[in-house]
Design a binder for this molecule. Structure first.
Ligand code: GAL
Length: 383
């Protein structure tokens, strides 16, 4: 009897040990036993495999800038990740936009079925210019793991007007308006007297500022670039050209003066959802949820998606969104991916992965779990 009991106990322990769990905030080791170095990242599911690309950080404060490039990992089960190396290395050429020491953040990859190319977009800040350049960079590869060839960088949508602004605003700023704006000190965060309806006009000719960003691939394979624009005060949602290499010029502004960044879009039962953070640099703050019936809006603010104590929710469980991952083969199962930044030693920054669950009204919410597995989604009933 005792033997049988201990055998049962042993096999239960074995089953438990074999069921992998996500442990948000803990070190997460790759196949080489090293903490996964893919920050501000995103995931592409391609031919049965998940590919996770992100910022490769190094030790010390200098690690916040791009010293190495964009890293890539692959996995079949979302738990065990193989290090696939550097997909887009920074350049040694001082004339290159992506020279070592530039700021290259939040890389995302997508696949273009028509061209057969993998396309990477990222937020780029030119070396030694702080966060002033506010550009989008694009790179392309024949293989998902790279090497990616850098194509160039720009401020998106030069010469195009957002489609959701009234015609009377589709005009350059007057001299008086420009003079008034030049007196405002923008620092990327909440700005008193933020001019809600001016900055897109100021930048219409040369292209719109683009910092924190994401890509969203819709069911019809149209792709949208969502970026914090207008000195982080206003988000833009911009459709890409069919080759996914450029902005199409078709774009909208949302939440002017809302100061949203870290955007992550997902779609559930025909509805579009957007999770963002506020703008407090590397420090976490309260998340925001918005939804829309069409990607081009109108978007409604649904408040904070986090459920928990005020201590937890006001800092999104100590994280900032980077991507929302639809789990393959489990409709309605989405994972919130966030970064718990460590600006003094960015290589150490833990990953915060939490299940997105839906309440009885179909509103997504996030709750802290120390440890959880994909089986959690098996109990999710589509409501
Ligand atoms: C955050 C942003 C990060 C990084 C950081 C720099 O607000 O989400 O991607 O740019 O600021 O301070």
């Amino acid at each position: 009897m005792r033997n049988i009991l201990s055998a049962i106990l042993l096999s239960l322990t074995a089953i438990h040990a074999e069921t992998p769990k996500f442990q948000p905030g803990q070190p997460w080791l790759d196949d080489k036993g090293v903490h996964i170095n893919a920050h501000g990242g995103g995931i592409l599911f391609h031919e049965g495999i998940y590919y996770w690309c992100g910022q490769f950080m190094v030790e010390g404060a200098a690690g916040n800038a791009a010293q190495v490039g964009v890293s890539m990992y692959s996995s079949k089960d979302l738990h065990h990740w193989k290090n696939e190396g550097i997909a887009l290395p920074v350049s040694d050429d001082p004339k290159s936009d992506i020279v070592k020491g530039c700021i290259l953040e939040r890389p995302k990859i997508i696949f273009n079925r028509k061209t057969g190319k993998f396309v990477m977009w990222f937020h780029l800040e030119l070396k030694s210019q702080g966060y002033g350049a506010a550009r989008s960079g694009v790179a392309v590869a024949d293989k998902v793991t790279g090497p990616y060839q850098y194509l160039g960088s720009f401020r998106p949508n030069a010469g195009a007007w957002p489609s959701n602004v009234p015609d009377n605003l589709k005009k350059p700023l007057s001299n008086e308006e420009s003079a008034a704006i030049s007196k405002i000190r923008f620092n990327g965060g909440l700005t008193p007297d933020y001019p809600k309806e001016s900055l897109f006009r100021l930048h219409q000719e040369g292209g719109q500022m683009a910092r924190d960003m994401n890509l969203f691939v819709d069911d019809d394979e149209k792709v949208y670039h969502i970026y914090s624009s207008e000195n982080n005060g206003t988000l833009h949602i911009s459709q890409l050209t069919d080759d996914y290499l450029k902005p199409s010029g078709n774009y909208i502004r949302i939440f002017p003066g809302g100061f949203n960044e870290a955007p992550a879009v997902f779609k559930h039962q025909g509805k579009y959802f957007l999770i963002t953070s506020g703008c407090t640099g590397w420090k976490p703050n309260r998340a925001h949820l918005a939804s829309a019936d069409s990607i081009f809006g109108p978007w409604s603010d649904l408040g904070d998606p986090c459920v928990g104590t005020d201590e937890q929710t006001k800092i999104t469980f100590g994280s900032q969104s980077t991507f929302v991952l639809p789990v393959q083969g489990k409709p309605g199962a989405f994972i919130f991916m966030g970064d718990r930044w460590k600006p003094s030693n960015p290589i150490d920054a833990p990953h915060i992965w939490l299940p997105l669950q839906f309440d009885k009204n179909g509103k997504p919410f996030l709750k802290w779990l120390d440890s959880w597995g994909l089986d959690l989604f098996d109990s999710v009933i589509e409501r």
